[in-house]
Design a protein around this ligand. Structure first.
Ligand code: ADP
Ligand code: MG
Length: 476
């Protein structure tokens, strides 16, 4: 992106080294922390979470656009989650070939059959975007995906603004340092969780964070836990295994884990097939879904966040179905859609295959997965699609236009990594929260943002995967 840090600063190795040292200390002081990979389940040794030395310029108009559309995305996700026919039709071809999605879908069907035991819904979403930047200097905001499950970095990103402010001051850029925006998604996420807990209406019941086996990113979650404890809302961290071994439902389907009633299950684990290491983990997921606890997200909201649903939403007339009387909302959401193409069997899917094979560099091929590192690019797209040209295997994927942000230069600070200048691409996320009780939307807000930046050498991969790092927008 244009208007970054001047070249004389970027290429002054002595100054950069000095700034990087200060930046790491400031990150530690501000609590931008991660456990080290050698001991992910101990806080005896922690390091700074990876971040950029400098903030990245982001055009103000697109930044505001991302925040402004977020409450509509919340509404959309929520409406989809309440539309079993739409989910069934949209996901049919994926469920037929993708075991993981099929498994989730079976849980969804079982819950529908039994009837939902809780009318309170808690949604925490993060919609991610890149800027499609053209030669004429214009840029448009394009959604990469929406995360309805375990959207992370709301905690740490609440603490990165002060780090960049500090560094800009030391680099003699006081005016810019004052333009780094405050950001506090952790507070907003906690407010939504607290609201759901209150509505559940049992003072002793806990908010259960369902966490991974390996907990390197624990501090990101601890910020939310802290905010809840400040309100005297008890939190507990449990794994699938704890739920399997000690979880039960009473005659009212109240969920008890290790003897304590659970008001809210906040899933920070369970979005990848690898998160389920045994049938017992699946049994635990089902138990929680069947329970009266508020789930964040519940199974249908989980499915609403799939890439296949994202592709179906881009079809003509589909958004209109969800917002029949709100053409402006439809317009606002659709403006953020990149081209998305079905690979379902039939003439439309055949056309998609031909499109991709003719110009693979214009597209990204996405399987129905989350968590980074799964997408397919370039010649690999041809290999996969030629192999599955006319077979149902291809329906495990969707095809998407590749977004082309302009690269900017920065230094990515990461433990044990050399201090070198990198060509970087950024991805902007907007955090949204909502709470619904029956038909009443009692809260629907955009509560902050996240900027992640990675070297342009990598086409894929998040912060947890060691590719992207935390960043802040510098509005221009
Ligand atoms: P995941 O669920 O694995 O996070 P994403 O859809 O977010 O899946 O894709 C992972 C990464 O791949 C993104 O963070 C982005 O860097 C890159 N990516 C995804 N879609 C596109 C696209 N359409 N154009 C360019 N890069 C993309
Ligand atoms: Mg992503």
């Amino acid at each position: 992106m244009a208007q970054g840090i001047q070249e004389d600063v970027m290429l002054n190795t002595a100054l950069i080294k000095e700034l990087a040292d200060v930046a790491k200390d400031e990150a530690l002081l501000q609590g931008v922390l991660m456990r080290i990979k050698e001991t992910p389940n101990s806080s005896e040794l922690a390091t700074y979470a990876p971040f950029t030395l400098f903030p990245t310029p982001v055009p103000k108009a697109v930044f505001l656009q991302a925040l402004a559309v977020q409450t509509h995305y919340n509404t959309l996700v929520d409406k989809i989650s309440q539309d079993p026919d739409f989910l069934q039709e949209s996901l049919a071809s994926t469920v037929a070939v993708d075991d993981f999605t099929a498994r989730l879908f079976r849980i969804h069907q079982q819950i529908l059959k039994e009837g939902r035991s809780q009318t309170i819904v808690l949604g925490i979403n993060r919609s991610d975007y890149m800027l499609d930047q053209r030669e004429d200097g214009s840029s448009s905001l394009k959604q990469i995906e929406i995360n309805t499950f375990a959207a992370s970095f709301g905690g740490l990103s609440s603490h990165t603004p002060d780090v960049h402010r500090h560094i800009l001051k030391i680099a003699g850029r006081l005016e810019e340092s004052q333009r780094i925006l405050d950001n506090n998604p952790a507070a907003g996420l906690a407010r939504a969780v607290a609201k759901a807990w209150e509505l559940y209406g049992s003072e002793k019941a806990v908010v259960m964070f369902l966490v991974e086996e390996s907990q390197r990113n624990i501090f990101d979650q601890r910020y939310i836990e802290s905010e809840l404890w400040k309100r005297n809302i008890p939190t507990k961290r449990k794994r699938f295994d704890d739920v399997f071994k000690t979880g039960s439902l009473d005659h009212d389907k109240r969920l008890f884990v290790e003897g304590e009633e659970v008001a809210v299950v906040y899933f920070r684990n369970g979005y990848m097939p690898q998160n389920y290491t045994s049938e017992q983990d699946w049994d635990a997921r089902l138990l929680m879904e069947r329970s009266r606890a508020v789930k964040c997200p519940d199974i249908s909201t989980h499915l609403a966040g799939t890439k296949k649903v994202q592709q179906v939403l881009a079809r003509p007339g589909v958004l209109e179905k969800f917002f029949p009387d709100q053409p402006q909302v439809v317009e606002q959401i659709r403006a953020t859609f990149a081209g998305l193409y079905t690979l379902d069997l039939g003439p439309e899917g055949d056309k998609t295959v031909a499109l991709a094979l003719a110009a693979p560099d214009r597209f990204v091929l996405k399987p129905q997965r989350e968590g980074g590192g799964n997408n397919i690019y370039g010649s690999e797209i041809c290999r996969v699609l030629e192999g599955a040209k006319t077979s149902t295997e291809r329906t495990a994927y969707i095809l998407m236009d590749k977004i082309n942000p302009t690269a900017s230069q920065n230094y990515l600070l990461r433990r044990d990594a050399p201090l070198i200048i990198s060509n970087c691409l950024s991805e902007l996320g907007a955090f949204g929260v909502y709470v619904r009780q029956g038909t009443d939307m009692v809260m629907n807000e955009c509560v902050g943002h996240l900027l992640r930046t990675k070297s342009s050498e990598y086409s894929d991969g998040g912060v947890a995967a060691g590719v992207a790092v935390l960043d802040n927008p510098l509005l221009v």
